[in-house]
Design a protein around this ligand. Structure first.
Ligand code: MN
Ligand code: MN
Length: 301
């Protein structure tokens, strides 16, 4: 791996980690989810980072991909389990990291939080070139099931590449039996999810997150104007709210409808647990080496 590339990964990871912890510190009873999201975005930009994807705070039975609409009025409340997931890039090189905040002293919820955290720790103790995906998945599964929860099987960790937030390999949260081995200099995100429910998510509706999946000739000048903003995201996911702030609600909704009709708009709706289970998550980005580099882990972790 070139020195410059490594430096970019490290910088992206450090900013993502700091933004993650900053966001977690703001998640408190009575605070607005939308305001906390905005502050987290400002923090990332102030540290010189760009968004690999919009920072997400998914509550309770929503495992991932919740992002507040421009007029969202969610306020954190006692008992909430919040998954804070932050992605930062420097020149397209990504740091992806997540942590769970539990606004409760409920023992079962604390144990749920511990389950994904310990699963991640167990997984990262084993990673190095030659380790199989099966082995990583097995370690994650064990830590979660021994605490009485279910790993979410249809959410996985993933490889990262320049301008790519989901590339191979898929890093499973259970023992798939995969004998695929990790290789030197691979960059992967490991992200165990623990659920009090069935451990299977589905795609819900009303997405606020989107990405562009191809180039199509767009005739409408109005849509083209919005498209120019979207193209600045380099095919990485973006939030509808970002477009609304620049182009207004009417124009943004019109353009997104047009792009959807052209088949170039990928939607990323919230992902709730199928059995209404409460979900926790923990995630780090790792560069695979004999001595792996955990780019999103701060010294005090
Ligand atoms: Mn993530
Ligand atoms: Mn990820």
């Amino acid at each position: 791996m070139e020195k410059e590339v490594l430096q970019s990964y490290k910088k992206a990871g450090l900013i993502a980690a700091k933004a993650r912890d900053y966001c977690c510190s703001l998640v408190k009873e009575g605070e607005s989810l939308l305001e906390v999201t905005k502050k987290t975005e400002e923090k990332i930009l102030s540290m010189g980072g760009d968004f690999a994807f919009p920072p997400q705070i998914s509550l309770n039975n929503i495992a991932a991909h919740f992002y507040p609409a421009h007029d969202d009025n969610t306020v954190f409340k006692e008992g909430d389990v919040a998954k804070v997931d932050v992605g930062v890039h420097i020149g397209g090189f990504v740091g992806d990291t997540a942590r769970t905040v539990v606004l409760s002293n409920n023992q079962k919820l604390k144990l749920l939080q511990e389950a994904s955290k310990k699963a991640l720790e167990s997984a990262i103790r084993t990673v190095k070139p030659g380790v199989t995906l099966s082995e990583i998945g097995k370690n994650i599964q064990e830590e979660i099931t021994k605490r009485g929860f279910a790993p979410i099987k249809n959410l996985t960790g993933h490889g990262l590449g320049q301008w790519q937030i989901h590339t191979s390999p898929s890093v499973p949260n259970f023992d798939t039996g995969s004998q695929t081995e990790l290789t030197e200099n691979q960059v992967i995100a490991i992200e165990p999810f623990a659920s009090t429910g069935e451990g299977k998510i589905f795609e819900s509706s009303n997405p606020e997150l989107f990405s562009l999946s191809g180039q199509r000739p767009v005739r409408s000048p109005l849509t083209r104007e919005v498209l120019r903003t979207i193209e600045e995201y380099n095919d990485l996911p973006f939030a509808k709210r970002w477009l609304i702030e620049k182009h207004g609600l009417g124009k943004t909704s019109f353009a997104l409808r047009e792009l959807d009709k052209l088949g170039v708009l990928e939607k990323h709706p919230p992902l709730p647990d199928g059995g209404e289970g409460i979900v926790s998550q923990a995630e780090h980005t790792v560069i695979i080496k004999d001595k792996p580099i955990f780019t999103t882990r701060l010294d005090d972790e």
